[in-house]
Design a protein around this ligand. Structure first.
Ligand SMILES: [Mn+2]
Length: 306
């Protein structure tokens, strides 16, 4: 079923349409939100509300509302790029009269009344694909937002998961004529504190005997460089592509717990994330720890996959 058939049917019944992403939103999450926002506005003349935490990096796409500010009782909620209800930027969305889930992660929680769960390279690719199939009008603004999610979730079309279909959809988005070089230069721009943090990362990487690279970013480092959670994640790029070390993992303090991000070069590691209460994709996943004492356990667990 085309996801816009569901949307089309629900729009007249809804008091409001709310689009919500996951906590610590990334480019795919915000791109999916605004891509969908513009598609719904341009094709159905309905103004949806986007909800998430503020992220200045992506604010050029539009404005959105803070979590906790929406009354969901009469809402048609569309949750994008979010695998579990707990990871929603606004868990209150479950009180909505109707919930549509659109996601590309490994399925662990089909919390929607409808669940569009396709394991493509990005959530934006799912939305763009359905829009193309449905023959919807795709404006430059919609295309730019969806293209942003596609490039950010695929490392600029470089990770596994990218196939000819990904590029076909990207090509259709590009043909709308939005300013792609300007978008990419915006996404690539780095602040000087991020540059200094990157130098810190290179100097502090830890290498396990068997080929796991890891780094633990403590709160004092986060404060020193004024890092947001998505800036902290840039450390992963300093660990990628190191010879003989196909698995890399980032630990970072976050609200009294430790956020863990697992990555690998084509080695299935999602079971390690699941073992520590998390989930995600086969080679890119995450979890949370209660104490730094668990870090050696995670590294030891990952060594089993080599
Ligand atoms: Mn995504």
């Amino acid at each position: 079923m085309n996801l816009f058939d569901i949307i089309e049917e629900q729009l007249p019944k809804a008091g409001k349409v709310v689009i919500i992403g996951h906590i610590q939103p990334d480019g795919d999450c915000i791109g999916s939100s605004f891509g969908l926002y513009h598609l719904i506005r341009d094709n159905y003349n309905v103004e949806a509300t986007v909800v998430n935490q503020p992220i200045s990096r992506f604010s050029f796409l539009g404005t959105w509302n803070a979590p906790g500010t929406v009354d969901y009782s009469d809402a048609f909620a569309i949750q994008v790029d979010n695998s579990t209800r707990e990871r929603s930027a606004d868990p209150g969305f479950m009180a909505s009269r109707a919930v549509l889930k659109i996601d590309h992660h490994i399925v662990v929680d089909s919390y929607g009344m409808w669940n569009v769960e396709e394991q493509l390279s990005s959530c934006c690719q799912i939305i763009a694909h359905h829009a193309v199939e449905k023959g919807l009008k795709i404006s430059q603004q919609a295309a730019q937002a969806l293209y942003m999610g596609m490039v950010t979730d695929t490392g600029r079309f470089a990770y596994s998961g990218v196939d000819s279909e990904t590029l076909r959809i990207a090509s259709i988005l590009l043909s709308t004529g939005f300013d792609m070089p300007q978008l990419i230069s915006r996404l690539n721009r780095r602040s000087t504190n991020l540059l200094e943090y990157t130098i810190y990362c290179y100097k502090n990487l830890c290498f396990s005997q068997k080929g796991v690279i890891w780094l633990y970013v403590k709160q004092d480092v986060i404060d020193r460089y004024s890092l947001t959670p998505d800036m902290v994640s840039c450390a992963l790029e300093t660990m990628r592509d190191v010879e003989g070390h196909p698995i890399f993992v980032l630990f970072a303090d976050l609200n009294g717990r430790i956020r863990v991000e697992f990555r690998s070069d084509r080695i299935r590691i999602v079971e390690a994330a699941v073992k520590f209460g998390g989930g995600g994709h086969e080679c890119a996943c995450g979890a949370r720890l209660d104490s730094p004492d668990q870090i050696p356990l995670v590294v030891a667990e990952l060594e089993k996959y080599l």
